[in-house]
Every structure is written in C-alpha cells, then in structure tokens.
Design a protein. Sequence first.
Length: 117
Amino acid sequence: MGARTSAAPEFESLKNVARKSGQTPQAMRNRAARTAAVMASPSAVAAPAPKKKVNLAQFAREVRLEARKITWTSRRETWITSVMVGIMVLLAALFFAAVDAIWGWAIPAILKLATGG
C-alpha cells in the first residue's frame, strides 16, 4: 500500500505536465466568459449585406449572359434519353406487375392453409 501512495503524487504531476495549456478549469471558464460576452454584444450579430439595386436593363443583360452559358442537348440525345426512360418505365411496370401477381397468388394460398380449408 505504501508504494501506491508514493506513486499517486507522481502520477498527478504527470497529468499536470501532460495537460495542454488552456485546458485548466479556470482557463476554460475564462474562454467561456469571453465567448458569452462576444455573443451578447449587438455587433456580434452580422447585419445582412445591403442588396445592390439593379435596374431592368441590368437585369436583362445578366439574364442574357446566363442564358448563353446553357448547353442544350441535341435532338438525338433527347430522343435517346426519352427512349431509355420509356424502357425503364416499362421494365418497372413489368416488375411490379409480377410482384403483384406473386403476392396475389401467395396470400390467398397462405390464408387457405392457415384456415385449414
């Protein structure tokens, strides 16, 4: 037991050495108090940036500039994409019809077995 008590103060001093600066309870309280003071001040709340006034002509110019950046698909790409969507819809419809048919057959069969009829 005597060996343990002599090692305890040594362990405590190692804990204090390993503790980073600013990690003491007092340092944490000071940091929390500074943060609370900053958050409470009205200047801490950022005012929204004033909106820039834009007239109709400026707006139209900006719309035209943005419209020039659009890349349109070709007729061929649009056709291929439409056909692919149609095929996927057809496959999904067939899948769900098959699942519905299976459940439509299985549920009455299970209920018939459960009721003994």
